[in-house]
Design a protein around this ligand. Structure first.
Ligand code: GLN
Length: 474
């Protein structure tokens, strides 16, 4: 394995004293990608292109004209468009499809001299929590190859975990950046809904989808956020909230009020070592003088059902565009328009995606709309009001990222419902749009990473990052 760095500032220092070059870094990551190819983290590696870009960035650094991200080698989830490159959402239905434009985030990353080293495996159309629903097969966790990477941005998390890149970009609709980050011992940030442009990001459930990032340091998360965040004329869901210099403005957080969910400690569904990690941090925070109080969240049991009804409904609508005509795969057995639709979709989509399209179509159907979709929207509203009320009284909500560490590969197939339920702690931030971050919180007795999550009020990313940095140093 080639040496890996935990922050860009460390890399920049070594570049400045001639210890390393961007080209050498890229070669190191490519070497790690080759050694760890069996982990299945990448759908495609942009090997030659990354090397050519690295040489150019090295020259720009020497000339003193390099951007903020010079020296940062990034992997992107394979649902993010990059002009001239294939994008598949890990689905057969997009086989051979090449992006005709770049997402806004890719443009912003490249404009600051980041290097994109490849596109990462993920659950098909970002639907899943284990990266097993991929047309290209599961991603293995580098900490234990018999276990899942988490999902849906599993390839992105393992790429950082196994030193195949410096940081990675994923998407988080219901936890897909935070949960794999926690399974892989990394930092995973989902910003506020409306903070980062989704233009050129393949849609799953548009009222939830957010771009997120996976890093090894808070400084890098802050830097990437400030580069990617902010208004974009191509995404009307973005808020016109000024983007601070998150990285430069990192500072000590001061004394805070933190709420944690009583159920996270009392529920039998939460792993004992996850509970221990939570208790351990609660004790540390109290010892440091912070106010840490348990709260009851009455709507806890409704989080997962509300999320899945709404996400599946939105997915069924978003995925209607894959019809065998516009993009990607078309069934060779199709004979007319209707059979083109039916066969291309039946053969092109995987099992989980089809299950969700059918359930989503059902909850939107005339006879069931009020019973499911409309009701779930009302529940979402209540969850948001309750969450906002908590976050007006407390600075942060502290919960585990997931009820258990990375589970064995193969379990999801046997028991999909347990996997849906395991999203319990991540979907609250998704339903309400607030920012949330997963932070590494040690390993269990088998050496598997554990993660804890902090939620903050809308657009309070700076406070969240400040506190996260401090939290990781506790
Ligand atoms: N596990 C959740 C789901 O399957 C979250 C996925 C995501 O955030 N993309 O929908």
């Amino acid at each position: 394995m080639t040496k890996s760095y935990t922050s860009l500032s460390e890399i920049r220092r070594e570049i400045a004293i001639g210890e390393v070059t961007v080209e050498k870094l890229v070669k190191g990551y490519l070497n790690n990608i080759a050694i760890n190819a069996h982990l299945n983290a990448f759908n495609e590696v942009f090997e030659n292109e990354a090397l050519v870009c690295a040489q150019k960035v090295d020259i720009r650094i020497k000339q003193g004209i390099a951007g903020k991200l010079a020296g940062m080698v990034i992997a992107i989830k394979d649902n993010i468009c990059y002009k001239g490159h294939q994008v598949s959402a890990s689905s057969k239905i997009l086989k051979g499809f090449t992006s005709i434009y770049s997402s806004t985030i890719v443009e912003r990353l490249l404009a600051e001299d980041a290097i994109i080293i490849g596109r990462c495996n993920c659950d098909e159309f970002a639907m899943g929590a284990s990266n097993e629903n991929s047309f290209f097969g599961p991603v293995k966790n580098y900490a234990d190859e018999t276990r899942v990477s988490g999902g849906s941005s599993g390839g992105s998390a393992v790429a950082v975990q196994a030193g195949m890149c410096h940081a990675a970009i994923g998407t988080d609709t219901g936890g897909s950046v935070r949960q794999p980050a926690s399974f892989c011992g990394m930092i995973g940030l989902k910003p506020t809904y409306g903070r980062i442009s989704r233009h050129g990001v393949i849609a799953y459930a548009s009222s939830f989808d957010q771009v997120g990032l996976i890093t090894q340091s808070i400084e890098d998360a802050a830097l990437l956020l400030e580069v990617m965040a902010g208004p974009d004329e191509y995404d009307s869901t973005l808020a016109n909230v000024p983007v601070p210099s998150y990285a430069n403005d990192l500072k000590a957080p001061g004394i805070k009020k933190i709420a944690y969910l009583q159920e996270a400690l009392s529920s039998p569904g939460v792993d004992a070592e996850v509970k221990n990690a939570l208790v351990n941090y609660i004790d540390k925070l109290r010892a440091e003088g912070h106010t840490v109080k348990s709260i009851a969240f009455d709507h806890l049991d409704y989080l997962v059902p509300a999320y899945y009804i709404l996400a599946m409904a939105e997915a069924s609508s978003n995925l209607s565009r894959y019809d065998g005509v516009h993009y990607g795969y078309r069934s060779p057995a199709a004979t007319d328009l209707i059979s083109t639709y039916k066969r291309s979709r039946s053969e092109g989509f995987g099992k989980e995606v089809k299950r969700r399209i059918m359930l989503g179509t059902f909850v939107l159907s005339a006879g069931y709309y009020d019973a499911y979709f409309a009701k779930a929207q009302k529940v979402r509203r209540l969850i948001r009001e309750k969450t906002d009320a908590i976050l007006s009284e407390y600075d942060f909500i502290l919960v585990p990222t997931a009820p258990e560490p990375a589970f064995p590969i193969g379990r999801v197939e046997k028991d999909p419902v347990t996997t849906y339920l395991s999203d319990i702690f991540t979907v609250q931030a998704s339903l309400t749009g607030v920012p949330a971050i997963s932070l590494p919180a040690g390993n269990n007795n088998k050496g598997l990473p554990l993660g804890l999550q902090l939620l903050a009020g809308h657009f309070k990313e700076q406070e969240l990052l400040n506190f996260s940095k401090y939290f990781l140093e506790l």
